[in-house]
Design a protein around this ligand. Structure first.
Ligand code: NAD
Ligand code: UGA
Length: 435
């Protein structure tokens, strides 16, 4: 099967590599010539597990190639997958301009070999029906959302919980789903509109779980309970599930926030209440501010303070800082008069506010700092010796926004520890009376 992939971002690259692994011949096309040139040289455009090695392997075997020439990419392809970005517009609705630019380019192309155009980007319900109308008589249009996570994109692509395929003609859906037969995943065949809503709803539900976990963790903080224990017990119920209940600074990254905003815009547009989506977003907006407020409260203000920050990416396992709440916290610390010394194991260069500097080593970031804020859940932070942290910090405060450090060991080293709904035993508040 000859497959063309339009847009070589996280989804496009995972699809390209994953389909090459499944035996397809794949050509990747991108509007960004620098990205294409790098890919042709075998350079991964970002840090992502397995991409380097599998990219090199499939380039070498001739299963995978990249081009900046649209005609060359589309010619002879029996399936054309579209995976361009759909960021939030200022009003919250999805910006579909890149997607429509792709559709326009396809309208002008020779699609005689094409059995189906498969849209993989996350989009509002109804978008693919409009695309099908635009390509009527030229190509079948299928919607097949992707559920991978950054940091484990290839592994997720090759071990999906389900394959969702939406479209009009059953035979076309089955033919697409057959590509994934070796993965032995349940297949959901449905309409395009159902599949579109399924994708956005799944993301919003995961985001809602995180906001719920954060609310419970904040309550734990007030009540002197331990959020990790409480949420472990909650998640042990199979009806609830343990995943996506880790409290922290809130969900960041290019998808959850924009998909919540998109669903809210869709609901408003269709005059249907969607209260939980709004609440999910509000909790997520206040969560990073709580982290900053904790540091301010413990230090008696932030003006003139020097704060070390560990973690800038929106999650561990990636170098992606798009919509990272860590970056928002760094900006807020600066606005409140603090200077910031930041470190992230995956970030070598990044634009930071004027009063913030980037340091290659975690202990360098601590040098002379009053407090340490941990903002990304990199596991290596938990392996740094508490006494090394204590030796470097001036005011001895650690605010662990991801609950990755061992609070008891930090307290033994003489540090004050505040996690999210989690404190060292001796720092737990007495239970307020008259609840
Ligand atoms: P991305 O920003 O990493 O990559 C998008 C790519 O598309 C870029 O390389 C860009 O240059 C290219 N592009 C833009 N306009 C183009 C055009 N007209 N022609 C060809 N290429 C073009 O995006 P992503 O993170 O892979 O996300 C793509 C879509 O998939 C979004 O709708 C997103 O919501 C969804 N999604 C993302 C993830 C994720 O984890 N990142 C997971 C599932 C779904
Ligand atoms: C998310 C979904 O998990 C994917 O299924 C989906 O395909 C993708 O969005 C998308 O549509 O783009 P991703 O954003 O890459 O994937 O990463 P996640 O692992 O979901 O993390 C998102 C954010 O939530 C991160 O900031 C992470 O630190 C945070 N998070 C995650 C928590 O705070 N607590 C948790 O328990 C889990």
């Amino acid at each position: 099967m000859n497959i063309c992939i339009i847009g070589t971002g996280y989804v496009g690259m995972a699809s390209a590599i994953g389909l090459a692994e499944l035996g397809c011949t794949v050509v990747g096309y991108d509007i960004d010539p620098a990205r294409v040139a790098g890919l042709q040289r075998g350079e991964a455009p970002y840090r992502e597990a397995q991409v380097d090695t599998l990219l090199a392997r499939h380039l070498r075997r001739g299963r995978l190639r990249f081009t900046a020439d649209h005609t060359d990419a589309v010619r002879g392809a029996s399936l054309i997958l579209v995976s361009v970005g759909t960021p939030a517009r200022p009003d919250g609705a999805a910006d579909l301009s890149a997607l429509w630019a792709c559709v326009e380019a396809l309208r002008r192309s020779d699609l005689s070999a094409c059995e189906a155009v498969v849209i993989r980007s996350t989009i509002p319900p109804g978008t693919c029906d409009a695309i099908a109308a635009a390509l009527a008589g030229r190509a079948e249009v299928i919607y097949a959302p992707e559920f991978l996570r950054e940091g484990s994109a290839i592994a997720d692509f090759l071990a999906p919980d389900r394959i969702v395929v939406g479209g009009d003609r059953l035979a076309a859906l089955v033919a697409y789903a057959k590509l994934f037969e070796p993965l032995d995943a349940p297949v959901v065949l449905t309409t395009r509109r159902n599949a579109e809503l399924m994708k956005v709803a799944a993301n919003v539900f995961l985001a809602m779980k995180i906001s719920f976990a954060n609310e419970i963790a904040n309550l734990c903080d007030a009540l002197g309970a331990d959020a990790d224990d409480v949420l472990r017990g909650v998640g042990a119920d199979r009806r609830i599930g343990a995943a996506f209940l880790a409290p922290g600074i809130g969900f960041g990254g290019p998808c959850f926030e924009k998909d919540c905003l998109s669903l809210r815009a869709i609901a408003e547009h269709s005059r249907t209440p969607a209260e939980l989506v709004g609440a999910t977003l509000r909790t997520n907006e206040s969560q990073p501010r709580r982290i900053v407020a904790t540091a301010a409260e413990e230090l008696g203000g932030l003006e003139g303070r020097r704060i070390a920050v560990w973690g800038l990416t929106f999650k561990a396992g990636t170098d992606d800082v798009r919509d990272s709440l860590a970056m928002r916290i760094v900006a807020e610390l600066g606005e409140r008069g603090a200077t910031v010394r930041a470190h992230d194991p995956a970030v070598r260069a990044v634009t930071l506010p004027r009063q913030a500097t980037l340091h290659a080593h975690p202990l360098d970031a601590l040098d002379g700092a009053d407090a340490l804020l941990v903002l990304t859940e990199w596991p290596e932070f938990g392996r740094i010796a508490p006494h090394a942290i204590a030796a470097a910090l001036r005011a001895g405060l650690v605010v662990d926004g991801r609950n990755v450090l061992d609070g008891e060991r930090l307290a033994q080293a003489g540090l004050r520890y505040r996690g999210v709904g989690r404190r060292a035993e001796r720092e737990r508040p007495a239970l307020p009376v008259a609840i």
